[in-house]
Design a protein around this ligand. Structure first.
Ligand code: PEP
Ligand code: MG
Length: 571
């Protein structure tokens, strides 16, 4: 099938008789309908142009600058007042940057010395960017927000439309290359009802936020430029399509069906099981006590992945035994009596820790990361296991503990020994293809495995999981990835041991059915995905899941695997 179809006929690929259709990768199901909008351009502006403002104009330039910064701050604060949770916090903090006295003072000084207002805004921002970058940690993370404020103020000064996500008057569908983290914080799901991205994969930042907000979303839609801004269009997040000018009667009835589906999902409370009652644990991925307590409000039955390294990203020194024990206990207590799977530090590559210093590596994703740090820092990993054992004292359940980036049977054996010595339940993540191939021998050493589909896909396809250009390769529906999970599932059944999935694949409701068909019995992902996954699984029998898995395994491409599985599950 080609990406763009301009024939306005009704067919399986064009069920709403739209006049142009673009296909991408489906990531959040549901149907959205409304005008197509796009992100405002960042202002093109040459900060190096050597213009000097005459002295007589400098005061008025300072006033213009202060007024522009104030207008931007007011607009962001106004948006914050209509938002909730993290979005409201991010917007309020960004409004605070636009009002920052230090920044306004620095720009005003530059204007007083002759710089035009827009050039002064840019130069003052760079002073603060340098400072924030030197401070590191959370301050360094504010650099994107600082530059965002700069662009908004410069656009205001130059009389250009505000950059970033527009605030539409009616519910609309947003098309973009990809969304920056600062952009997604301002997303209002009542106004941005559908998302279509040209780049990005199922585990991209945009996909994760869309899942959290429940906004139908497709990514990796290569022909998105063909979709005209302003036209009335739809996004079908289940089929992975975006189209414009659909037949109104067809789309209205499909929207009704989609709404009913959304209500069913919202009403799903668990526990996880197939339609014929095969239990499948629906679990949450968490990063600390706060996220664990928030996850406990979702219909999940425990924690399938506690990414411990995320709690220590801003630490210069190794956390003490007491600090670690308190943190792990918080998560255990948030799920009292339920399953909690704690992962030892996955330091390195995309999650560097300052207290685990590695030599510069040309290829860190394949370097000393995860459990591999034990060769240089045995004390860090073993100290962490001591802290987990201390946290487990007196708890009503024994936590399961797993190691990331296991590649050999020896690594699994060594880890399992250390964990059992402390009275805990040992497992490993399977996210390196060698471990998948040897799943049978690895399961002989440990009590459970959990498949990290984000890395397993990256390493199987030799495609960087962070690359927006390689999204079609970093897709867990790739038949090669499914074939490896099949090997792992069969090994789990042979040993009668638990096989889970804790990568983003577990957040895809259709893929969840396929994974269960391959032998997976726990699915752990962002808590926001739990209802959609649980509801879809609850509508499919185990036999259906197995048939869908067989159909997906037979396919020769990711999209064919998706289509084949959907045909079985929706039959
Ligand atoms: C994975 O690789 O799928 C996984 C769950 O680990 P992380 O995303 O933290 O690397
Ligand atoms: Mg991983």
């Amino acid at each position: 099938m080609t990406n763009v179809d301009s024939a306005p006929t009704q067919s399986a690929d064009n069920p709403f008789a739209a006049s142009a259709i673009v296909t991408g990768t489906p990531v959040v199901g549901g149907l959205a309908y409304g005008p197509i909008i796009r992100i405002g351009e960042r202002p093109a502006f040459d900060a190096t142009a050597a213009v000097v403002v005459p002295e007589s104009d400098r005061d008025s330039q300072v006033q213009r600058f202060v007024a522009a910064a104030g207008a931007v701050a007011d607009r962001l604060a106004e948006r914050a007042s209509h938002s909730t949770g993290v979005s409201a916090e991010v917007l309020t903090a960004t409004a605070g940057l636009a009002r920052d006295r230090g920044w306004i003072g620095a720009a005003s000084t530059l204007i007083a010395a002759g710089a035009p207002a827009a050039a002064a805004a840019a130069a003052a921002t760079e002073q603060f960017v340098e400072l924030f970058t030197k401070l590191g940690g959370l301050m360094a993370e504010r650099v994107t927000d600082l530059r965002d404020v700069r662009d908004r103020v410069i656009a205001e000064l130059l009389g250009l439309p505000e950059p970033g996500i527009p605030t539409p008057d009616v519910p609309s569908i947003l098309c973009a290359d990809d969304l920056a983290p600062a952009d997604t914080a301002g997303l209002d799901p009542a106004l941005v009802v559908g998302l279509a991205m040209r780049l990005g994969g199922p585990s991209s930042h945009t996909a994760i936020i869309a899942r959290q907000l429940g906004i139908p979303c497709i990514v990796a839609a290569a022909g998105l430029d063909e979709i005209p801004t302003g036209a009335l269009g739809y996004v079908d997040g289940g089929a992975g399509t975006i189209g414009v000018n659909p037949d109104e009667t067809l789309i209205s009835s499909a929207i009704e069906t989609s709404r009913a589906e959304a209500e069913k999902i919202a009403a799903w409370r668990g526990p996880g099981a197939t339609a014929d009652g095969e239990p499948v644990l629906i679990l949450a991925n968490v990063a600390d006590g706060v996220s664990a307590r928030a996850a406990a409000d979702a219909p999940v039955q425990g924690v399938g992945l506690f990414r411990t390294e995320l709690a220590f990203l801003d630490r210069a020194t190794e956390p003490t035994l007491e600090e670690q024990t308190a943190l792990y206990r918080e998560v255990i207590d948030a799920f009292d009596g339920q399953k909690v799977v704690i992962r030892t530090l996955d330091a390195g590559s995309d999650k560097p820790l300052k207290f685990v210093a590695n030599a510069e590596e040309p290829n860190p994703a394949m370097g000393v990361r995860g459990n591999r740090i034990v060769a240089t820092y045995p004390g860090i990993r073993n100290g962490q296991l001591d802290a987990i054992a201390a946290a487990a004292q007196g708890a009503s359940q024994v936590p399961w503990v797993m190691a990331p980036m296991i590649a050999t049977v020896e690594e699994a054996r060594e880890f399992a020994g250390q964990v059992r010595d402390r009275g805990l339940v040992p497992g490993v993540m399977i996210e390196v293809p060698s471990a998948a191939i040897l799943a049978d021998k690895i399961l002989a050493e440990v009590d459970f495995v959990s498949v990290g589909t984000n890395d397993l896909t990256q390493y199987t396809m030799a495609a960087d999981r962070m690359s927006p250009e390689l999204a079609s390769l970093t897709d867990p529906w790739q038949p090669a990835v499914l074939a490896l999970i099949d090997v792992i599932g069969k090994a789990g059944e042979k040993h009668g041991k638990s096989v889970g999935v804790c990568g983003e694949a577990a957040a895809d409701p259709l893929l969840a059915c396929v994974l269960v068909g391959l032998g997976v019995r726990s699915l752990s992902s962002a808590p926001a995905a739990s209802s959609a996954v649980g509801a879809r699984l609850g509508g499919a029998s185990l036999q259906r899941c197995r048939e869908a898995a067989a159909a997906a395994l037979d396919a020769t491409s990711a999209s064919a695997a998706r289509d084949a599985a959907r045909a079985v599950i929706d039959a």
